[in-house]
Design a protein around this ligand. Sequence first.
Ligand code: KIV
Ligand code: ZN
Length: 515
Amino acid sequence: MSRDDHIRIFDTTLRDGEQSPGCSMNLPEKLTLARQIAKLGVDVIEAGFAIASEGDYEAVRAVAKEIGDTKVASLARTGLMDVDRAAKALEPAALPRIHTFIATSDIHLEHKLKMGREQVLEEVDRAVRRSREFCDDVEFSAEDATRSDWDYLVQVFRCAVEAGATTLNVPDTVGYTTPVEYHELIRYLREHIPGSERLIFSLHCHNDLGLAVANSLAAVQAGARQVECTVNGIGERAGNTAMEEVVMALKTRPDVFDGLDTRVNTREIYPTSRLLSSIIGVPVQPNKAIVGDNAFAHEAGIHQHGVLQKAITYEIMTPQSIGRPSNELVLGKHSGRHALRDRLKEMGYELDAEALQRVFRQFKDLADRKKVIYNEDLEALVGESVVARRGRFELGDLLIQSGTFATPGATVEIFIDGEAHKATASGDGPVDAVFRAITELTGTRAELQNYQVKGITGGMDAQGEVTVIISGDDQRAIGHGAHTDIIVASARAYVNAINKLESMPGRAGDEPRGI
Ligand code: KIV
Ligand code: ZN
């Protein structure tokens, strides 16, 4: 394999992933995730769609400023305003990429763009040339490529290359293609586009038929050298190609993929997956390949026996290779700050002094209530304390009444800018009563959209982790809370979400985000 033949990972978790319902993130969350994705070792981070909203513009700019040695891309339609906005957002980037796109299928031309084929060619030429005025690294995507006429697609890509594009992306926008067909398409394009050996062919698959990863790998075998994907496969509808599945397939089957590999540090895969999941509050399905809870769990006796004898009998990769920490007892009430910091670092969380102090306080508090503290307990603390941050409101004491012969009620103390306030409320149940009291104290107008409670680890003293999603003023926030008492966990999660909602910058002037 020549040095330049590695498979580039183009991570679009912050753009296509974030665009999917229930996966939106605020600016600090995007930055936290971008840092981790950079640490993972991807080649390009698509940080957003700069013209879509003020929030996206700010996110692209902030990621561009923060991330030094990974390319940072912004999406732009072919309109000059789009391209200029992307370029402006990318100004602080050390390695900027403008990613411009337009649809090429007749279906989209007729029903969406209302343009003829010639007009689309003009758009492509103009957008790519304009992009090249700002940076050398320009990617062009032919949206809905897999439902486009192949010869027209060749024409479009030739036009993009003549105007200066160096990466040609062939999206399966609606998840329609199949591995053999996609392989053929990539081969056809490489054969018919002059200078294709100097270009990077890229693929971008959606998972509507559950084929996104298979299609991506087939395209790699046809000569594509960039895979667009997302962490945990999040994305519009059924999602995008799952980054971890592609990376580990290449790693595990060099015999099939001609030794092609990515530059991803696979030991960062699991921490990245967990971080994303705790930021967006969307759990990974247990049987999800690579990062699901059961991905390495051998339930059948015969399998367990085999794995104990020799892991290779039933394990094609090790949990360690993706950075999955072993689930041993990690820390207890006598552990100090250094032990906690080291353990968190091993799990992929590098905290600054202030965040570490916050997590340490909560860790000590937890250790008083719980004898053994597992990695999952620590993850919940990080989710609550770091990802979710502090704000104006802080939960103080809490007293509830509930049962079969009393009206559920709660008295809650909240510190607002450091000053204690108390309120009492009744409700349909203790959680409802607590939320009502908190609502009264904080004056929030947010509505509860979703409430989930999950047991972390087993045992009588296990913690409950609560995730709430609230929305108000067209904004949406996710809060996490963990505690051995689920009512306290619920209160923490709710206050957490309110703090986050309060600190969100407006998305004034938003244009529709869908494309
Ligand atoms: O799915 C798609 O076609 C896209 C493009 C903008 C690359 O996300
Ligand atoms: Zn897409």
